[in-house]
Design a protein around this ligand. Structure first.
Ligand SMILES: Nc1ncnc2c1ncn2[C@@H]1O[C@H](COP(=O)(O)OP(=O)(O)O)[C@@H](O)[C@H]1O
Ligand SMILES: [Mg+2]
Length: 321
């Protein structure tokens, strides 16, 4: 499949190995000798993303003192990996679609048509079909990206992989600490019984910690400790839940109602789940970018006291993760 050189969309929860698979696809395809360049779509403002991907001309924005090549130009002949594409702003989705359709793009602030021969591999932990319904993702772009879709199941649904993964992780770690470690069979049983919300990344973390606790050759059950890793809010949205989230969001942003009334009070009355509140806040943050601006977007008050209150609640209920 890698040889086909088609766009690929990789989906699955956080930590399942999407980035790793993207790189493997690149490496086993015809572009292996060229660059593989990673961009995370979730933490860049629309303008910054545009400049990252397409580059910018001198003076395109304050601080753009020189022309800068974008990742598309830098990856010429190779692959650009668009990670967390589900978080890509609608504005950037349009620009990306134009490039994928015609192979042509402009640098930010420029009007020269440039061409790039680059393969696009994208990944997301969101269900893009849900995002389409919510109007957060363009359908035409979705069809462009998912010519080939690879879904990586969560680790809890393929526990038969755990022994091999564990062995590999321990082998890598043994090199680093200069001390070979193996799992006791009870410790392996404990791993097999766990739910793994953080998937392979969580397995790596658990084993790395276990390796440095105690100096015995064997890793015993007591050395295996799980931490409460919060589920990613968007990893398993039920239809009902996501429509509540969307409704509440609209009520606040379009209906100009206050976050305190629409979300916080029902949350305290246990009519809203923590995960739902997290998702509403995440949606707002994507729009607002900062908590200060989120306060405004969510009609949550203008005073410093309101802000402090808001942040306290977010920390107290761990609403930001
Ligand atoms: N099949 C695998 N074999 C070895 N390590 C893996 C495997 N799948 C995932 N990992 C490791 O798990 C961690 C999370 O993988 P990553 O690709 O970053 O996940 P995602 O992009 O889906 O969040 C990485 O350190 C990666 O190397
Ligand atoms: Mg990743």
């Amino acid at each position: 499949m890698a040889l086909c050189d088609l766009p690929v969309l990789i989906t699955g929860e956080t930590g399942v190995g999407k980035s790793l698979v993207a790189e493997l696809i690149h490496q086993s395809g015809p572009r292996a000798s060229k660059e593989f360049i990673h961009i995370n779509c979730s933490n860049l403002s629309p303008e910054l993303f545009e400049s990252e991907l397409f580059g910018h001309e001198r003076g395109a924005f304050t601080g753009a003192v020189e022309r800068k090549k974008g990742k598309l130009e830098l990856a010429e002949g190779g692959t650009v990996f668009l990670d967390e594409i589900g978080d890509l702003h609608l504005y950037n989705q349009g620009k990306l679609l134009l490039f994928m359709d015609r192979g042509i793009f402009n640098r930010l602030g420029g009007n020269e048509d440039l061409r790039a021969n680059v393969r696009i591999i994208a990944a997301t932990n969101k269900d893009l079909r849900q995002e389409l319904k919510k109007g957060k993702f363009r359908q035409d772009l979705y069809f462009r990206l998912c010519v080939v879709e690879i879904y990586i199941p969560p680790l809890r649904e393929r526990k038969e992989d755990i022994p091999i993964l564990a062995e590999e992780i321990l082998k890598k770690g043994s090199h680093r600490i200069g001390n070979e470690k193996v799992l006791s069979s009870e410790a392996l049983d404990k791993l097999l019984a766990h739910h793994w919300p953080g998937n392979v990344r969580e397995l790596e973390n658990v084993l790395r910690r276990a390796m440095v606790s105690g100096d015995d050759h064997k890793i015993i059950t007591e050395a295996i400790e799980f931490y409460n890793i919060a589920h990613h809010p968007s990893s398993e949205p039920t239809d009902a839940a996501s429509s509540v989230v969307f409704q509440k969001y609209k009520e606040i942003v379009e209906g100009k109602k206050s976050f305190w009334e629409v979300v916080h009070k029902p949350f305290l009355r246990r009519e809203l789940k923590r995960e739902e509140v997290v998702e509403i806040i995440q949606m707002g943050l994507k729009e607002a970018k900062t908590y200060k601006k989120l306060m405004k977007l969510f009609n949550a008050g203008k005073t410093y006291k309101d802000y402090k209150n808001f942040m306290k609640i977010i920390r107290h209920h761990r609403l930001s993760s």
